[in-house]
Design a protein around this ligand. Structure first.
Ligand code: ZN
Length: 319
């Protein structure tokens, strides 16, 4: 029987429960054959290891019920998680903000809901959405600038995972010699300058008054302190982009996450700084995320769909 065909000869749809797990919220939606079938559900992430897992399970239970109420039986789960994620094993090796260490999230979800479950790093998951929107783009690096900074590296159309599943931890690339202390214990990491939390903290510490990094971005050009903090963030990010370009000859850098919403206030000076530092070669294209804030959920849907297809491929009963 052809894969995906039921007993009556009708194709069984892919019904994916997709969740994007963040440090502050868990977002999820149901996708049927790649199309979103429900409105997005959002729940605040509860603090604590078991509580944050309970939040994820509660959102997925709601999605499971929503799918069934629409007449669809779920076929897979796709989950985007922050932290160090071993995609092949489906294990979150460590997610500080969630209190997770060596959490076998994939098997927990598969057992609870009775469907294949795939788990991947949040940046790599979001990059899947960018890949789907730009199938022509074979060499790019997706950099979400949020509470932290990470990256997804795609070369020759393939996602780079690395030997330990930790490729793309761009936030801890040293960009300022003996610079600011980073949460990882080192000095001068990119994340200590160009994350949304670093931008806000540095502005407040310098004597400014703002409620978010977005507020700081709106003060650029009007406020000397905002100009200084923003400029240092841009320079730090430019150094990372230049280093990666030198190593990988990347065609395009796609900037996502909360800070990407500042648009040309971030991208214009970043393009200029990168071009100035790359006098010896052409500069890569630097663009804003096409998928925007929904990249994580959209990517999780693609992740779940691939889990369903590989599961069906492995199951002789569905050949
Ligand atoms: Zn660091």
């Amino acid at each position: 029987m052809p894969r995906g065909l039921g007993a009556a000869g009708q194709r069984t749809p892919d019904v994916v429960l997709a969740v994007d797990i963040g440090g502050t919220t868990v977002k999820g939606s149901v996708f049927v054959d790649g199309a979103e079938a429900t409105a997005e559900r959002v729940a605040p992430t509860c603090e604590g290891s078991s509580s944050s897992l309970d939040t994820v399970l509660a959102v997925l239970s709601t999605l499971d019920q929503s799918a069934r109420s629409l007449g669809h039986e779920p076929t897979a789960i796709g989950a985007a998680s922050p932290g160090f994620v071993d995609t092949r094993a489906g294990v979150v090796r460590g997610a500080v903000n969630l209190g997770w260490t060596e959490l076998p999230l994939g098997s927990i979800l598969a057992t609870r809901f009775g469907v294949p479950a795939a788990v991947d790093h949040d940046a790599r998951t979001a990059a899947r959405a960018e890949m789907a929107l730009r199938p022509d783009l074979r060499d790019f690096i997706f950099i979400p600038l949020g509470t932290g900074v990470s990256a997804a590296v795609v070369t020759a159309g393939e996602m780079v995972v690395g030997a330990h599943g930790q490729a793309g931890e761009l936030g801890h690339m040293p960009v300022v010699p003996l610079g600011r202390a980073c949460s990882c214990g080192e000095l001068g990491c990119l994340e200590a300058y160009a994350s949304a939390s670093a931008v806000l903290t540095r502005y407040l510490t310098a004597g400014g008054s703002a409620g978010s990094a977005a507020d700081v971005s709106r003060l650029v050009g009007e406020d000397r302190l905002a100009d200084q903090v923003w400029s240092e963030a841009v320079q730090a990010l430019a150094k990372a982009v230049v280093t990666l370009t030198a190593v990988l000859d990347t065609e395009e850098f796609i900037i996502g996450g909360g800070l990407a919403a500042s648009g040309p206030i971030l991208l214009d000076p970043l393009r200029r700084a990168v071009a100035e530092m790359l006098g010896w070669r052409s500069a890569p294209v630097i663009s804003a995320s096409r998928a925007g804030p929904r990249a994580g959920v959209l990517g999780a849907a693609l992740l779940g769909r691939s889990a369903h297809l590989s599961s069906a491929h492995d199951d002789p009963g569905e050949q």
